[in-house]
Each structure stands twice: as C-alpha cells, then as structure tokens.
Write a protein that binds this ligand. Structure first.
Ligand SMILES: Nc1ncnc2c1ncn2[C@@H]1O[C@H](COP(=O)(O)OP(=O)(O)OP(=O)(O)O)[C@@H](O)[C@H]1O
Ligand SMILES: [Mg+2]
Length: 276
C-alpha cells in the first residue's frame, strides 16, 4: 500500500512513477491538484445539505455581477478559482464613487473607471469567483479562520486530527500560513477572543459539522479522499462559514505524528480489506 502524500497523479513528469507502481494499491486515486473552488461550492449547493455554511458567491464572469454583489454586501472577496496559499485574494470595498482594493497587506483607492479596468484585466487572465466578505476577526481586529484537519482512521471514518485557528497580520486579508499567518491553540484563542461564549458548545458544534460535512463531501466528490482541511470563518454572531475545502496535499506541518497515527492504520486497513 502506498500512502501518496504528494498527490501528483496525472502530472506529466510523474506519469512514469505512477505507471511503475500501478500494481501496488494507493490510499487514494484522485488526480492531483487543488479543487476548483467554484466547482466545489457548486457541488455543495447542488447537494443541498450544507447550504447554510456556503458564503454567497458567483463566478466573476461579468462586471455587473460584481457591482451587484458590492451593492448587496458592501465588501466582497475576489479570488482565483484555483488559487493557493492565499495568493490572489482581493478585498473590494465600495465608498460612494471610490473603490478600495486590498491584496496582501497593500491597499489602493480607485475611481470607477480604473476599478473596472483592473477587474476587466483580471477576468481576462484567469477564472475568478466573487464572494461576500465574511468578517472573521479577532478582538484586536486581525483576520482569522479555523483550520479543521481531518484524515480517515482505521475504520475508514473521518476523524479530526487538529483544530487550529490561523491568525493573519492586522493589515492582511488572507490567513494562510504561507502568507505569514500564525497557528494558535484553539481553546486559548477562543477564550481570549470570545470571552462571553461557551467553548465546549462551539467546539462540539464545529466538530460535528466537520465530521458530517467530510462524510457527505466524500459522497459528493466520489473520488476516494484520505485528507481534508476545512477553512472555516466565524462571524460576530458565532456563525460558521465554509471558506474552502482542501483535499490536495493538505498541510501536516507540526502535526505529522497525529496525522500518521490515523493515516497508517487506515492504509493497513485497506491492505487487510484487499487481501482478506
Ligand atoms: N469570503 C471571504 N471572506 C473573508 N475572508 C476570506 C474569504 N475568502 C477567503 N478569505 C481569506 O483568504 C484566505 C484564503 O482563501 P481560500 O482558502 O479561499 O484560498 P487559498 O487558501 O488561497 O487556496 P488554497 O487553500 O487552495 O491554497 C482564507 O483562509 C481567508 O482568510
Ligand atoms: Mg485556503
């Protein structure tokens, strides 16, 4: 059994390796690469069971759609459907005749003409999605989201390996570790930032959602997954919003042992099933 952590199946320069190993079973057979965010959101909405967690979104295929979203929500996120590591995450805010565009830790103000020209150029160069901006901020106003890291265990059931908040710079939008955000301890973070809320209750609600969602997502996607990382925003009403589902080479930094504790018995269980 091969535990395919690198997930390069389908990539030209790895074809030889996968061919060489074709007689050995793998823990999953999915073609490598990030999930297209638009495809994933559409799939979840079509399924219908988790619509309350889906941030209002639409493909950025025309400027009217973006202007309408801005009118509706005031602040929106524009992002690449297949972006990674928090790259190309743009926050757009409208102030009367002006638009504020922020990316990374930098912001610019633009009039409508320049703003539309900028967006036009974006749309020509890649596929983007526009989404309501969810204010998921710490008491000190730094952006955060919660990463729930799941793997399959020896029974083939999704199990949570770690829940960790990721806190970005106060001037940043994205909370990816690769963009400089920090990993925090979930319980301490919660008590510091939501002092009037019940940690146990929220933690249970988060765990229940993550496990049920992963089980159902596996049914939706059909590919046999072995790794999931959910990015979840929490707004000021304690509502959870699903920012992204990660299934490709999901980070294991600092939790290598915890991942292996389940991933290895899972791989062994697949061998047993195959040769019993
Ligand atoms: N609608 C949104 N509202 C608020 N913040 C958002 C929103 N969408 C994205 N973000 C912020 O930007 C970060 C990166 O966005 P997202 O997870 O969608 O893409 P990515 O991480 O770049 O892609 P990948 O996980 O494939 O590397 C999120 O973790 C979150 O901090
Ligand atoms: Mg992400």
């Amino acid at each position: 059994m091969i535990y395919d952590r690198l997930k390069m199946r389908g990539q030209e320069n790895f074809k030889k390796i996968y061919k060489e190993f074709q007689d050995i079973p793998f823990t999953h057979e999915r073609i490598g690469g990030s999930l297209n965010k638009l495809t994933a959101y559409n799939m979840i909405v079509a399924d219908g069971r988790f619509n309350e967690y889906i941030i209002p979104y639409r493909p950025l295929d025309n400027l009217d759609a973006l202007l309408k979203f801005l009118e509706l929500y005031g602040k929106v996120i524009v992002k690449l459907v297949s972006g990674s590591y928090g790259q190309s995450i743009i926050l757009v805010e409208q102030y009367n005749d002006y638009y504020k565009l922020s990316e990374g830790q930098k912001s610019v103000l633009a009039n409508k003409h320049d703003f539309l020209a900028f967006i036009n150029k974006l749309v020509k160069n890649g596929q983007f999605v526009v989404q309501q901006y969810i204010k998921s901020r710490t008491l000190a106003n730094a952006p955060f989201d919660i990463r729930v890291r799941l793997v399959k265990n020896r029974e083939g059931k999704w199990t949570i390996v770690k829940i960790y908040p990721r806190v970005g710079d106060i001037n940043a939008i994205a909370t990816n570790i690769a963009s400089g955000a920090a990993m925090k301890e979930w319980d301490i973070f919660f008590k510091n930032n939501f002092p009037h809320e019940d940690f146990e209750k929220t933690n249970q609600r988060l765990q229940k959602f993550s496990i049920e969602f992963s089980r159902c997502f596996q049914e939706m996607i059909k590919d046999n997954l072995d790794d999931i990382g959910l990015d979840i925003a929490i707004d000021s009403n304690m509502k959870f919003w699903l920012i992204e589902v990660n299934v490709n080479r999901v980070a294991t930094s600092f939790i290598e042992f915890e991942v292996a504790e389940h991933a290895i018995p899972y791989a062994v269980s697949l061998v047993r099933k195959r040769y019993k």
